[in-house]
Design a protein around this ligand. Structure first.
Ligand SMILES: *[C@@H]1O[C@H](CO)[C@@H](O)[C@H](O)[C@H]1NC(C)=O
Ligand SMILES: [Zn+2]
Length: 433
């Protein structure tokens, strides 16, 4: 059943005209005061439509509200029928259906909102917050983007809760790197799904939403660095210079990554290629840095210096999906092969979300496996996570990154452009200068 075509309606007017065609249920509010008011309308509606007396006798008379679910094409039918029945039951059409927000084509929305090779399914560029929430239940070009990060949020939260019940995150300092990592692995998909939901409130909100999305991703890279620094470092690198400076450098990386990715949004309209390159670079740098210890361990393994542990095979899958994620992000595959074909299902951004989440899942498995199996060795070699090096680092980085987002958002909030409410007139493009 298409979501666009389906309308949940409280309507007796339709039931009396077409009740042979649609399933009818007894309303949940049957018997309440509301129902009493409605039954009058029902009776009038019946009289209005069925003027031959012998026919009337065969029809059942309901004195409670009736809920109808209409399938494809139902909305048009409902509107038509209710236009006819309007006078009879004295109810505006709007009251009979929950209106889903209208969708637009690429040419009808301002440039900032356009996405290459996505032709249709755009939401109104000045949607209200409620419309944005409603639109996540309607099929548009962002629906799958929203859900492909909203559902994984719950998956990671569930994994986090299970870990909470088996580990002592409060007092066992050895678990703190994992605590930080788990917090961030829950936060980044949630932020992203919120960003995709609320990005069409205005062009300013679009930028600010994605600033937060980038900020959450770059904090996630810090979570990776903290957990890698404490659990994943190859044996021979433990207590080296790199090991001792791993987390501080990673904090620097988050600042670099957030600033550069936010800045890249301002170049998007004038220099789309440069903007994309900068943004990709902004995320690739912390990724490469975080992954250096992992690469080294995998290399060691390939040269026969280790047994292939569970953790290491998880990391291999993680890297595979990480490369796929990067490829999808940069290549805009598959929609570039068939523009307009993947507007709703299967465009690169959805695949990018899925691949990122699957990659994170394998990474999490690897980190947990390493953490459990290397504990005694790591503790014996003096690796004891400090509060400052884990939760402190997260707090510092969080504050600094929020500051950066604030700096980038301020000009957008102070100089709002007053574009009209119509999606196709005076595109809001103050970010171009
Ligand atoms: C979907 O549409 C919105 C506007 O409603 C646009 O800003 C966004 O870039 C589109 N997203 C994708 C992935 O096509
Ligand atoms: Zn996204």
């Amino acid at each position: 059943m298409s979501m666009q075509g389906s309308v949940l309606a409280v309507g007796k007017c339709l039931a009396c005209l077409e009740f042979m065609l649609f399933p009818v249920w007894r309303g949940i509010r049957a018997g309440s005061g509301v129902a009493g008011g409605w039954s009058q309308g029902w009776g009038r509606c019946l009289r209005w439509e069925l003027d031959s007396p012998d026919q009337k006798a065969r029809l059942p008379v309901f004195d409670y509200p009736v809920w109808l679910v209409l399938s494809r094409g139902g909305r048009a039918k409902l509107r038509e029928v209710c236009q006819r029945g309007r006078g009879a039951i004295r109810l505006p059409t709007e009251m009979l259906s929950i209106k889903l927000p209208q969708l637009f084509d690429i040419h009808q929305v301002p440039k900032v909102f356009r996405e290459d090779n996505i032709i249709s399914g755009y939401r109104h560029p000045r949607s209200s917050a409620l419309d944005c929430v409603l639109s996540s239940f309607q099929m548009n070009n962002e629906t799958i983007n929203i859900w492909t990060h909203f559902l994984p949020t719950w998956y990671f939260l569930w994994r986090f809760c299970v870990l909470c019940s088996t580990m002592n995150f409060l007092t066992d300092s050895y678990t703190w790197p994992l605590l930080v990592y788990m917090l961030l692995i829950c936060i980044y998909p949630f932020t992203s799904s919120c960003a995709h939901t609320f990005s069409t409130m205005s062009s300013e909100s679009r930028h600010i939403c994605y600033f937060f999305d980038y900020g959450a991703l770059s904090l996630y890279s810090l979570g990776c660095a903290i957990s890698y620094g404490y659990y994943v470092m190859p044996d021979c690198w433990v207590n080296s210079w790199l090991h001792q400076h791993f987390v501080p450098i990673a904090i620097g990386n988050t600042l670099f990554c957030t600033s550069l990715s936010c800045y890249s949004r301002f170049l998007e309209l004038q220099f789309p290629q440069r903007s994309k390159a900068l943004r990709t670079g902004a995320f690739v740098v912390p990724f490469i840095f975080d992954t250096v210890p992992l690469f080294y361990r995998i290399l060691l393994c390939c040269s026969g210096n280790c047994g292939l542990t569970d953790a290491l095979s998880s990391y291999c899958y993680h890297l595979l999906f990480a490369f796929l994620t990067c490829f999808l992000f940069t290549a805009h595959f598959p929609e570039r092969l068939a523009p307009g074909r993947f507007d709703f299902f299967g465009h690169s951004h959805q695949l990018f979300h899925i691949s990122a989440v699957v990659g994170s899942h394998f990474q999490m498995e690897g980190v947990i496996a390493d953490m459990m199996s290397r504990r005694s060795w790591l503790v014996a070699h003096g690796v004891t996570p400090s509060f400052l090096g884990t939760i402190g680092a997260l707090a510092v980085s969080l504050i600094l990154n929020l500051g950066i987002i604030g700096v980038f958002s301020a000009p957008l909030l102070w100089k709002p452009c007053h574009s009209s409410n119509q999606p196709h007139t005076s595109p809001c493009e103050c970010k171009e200068q």
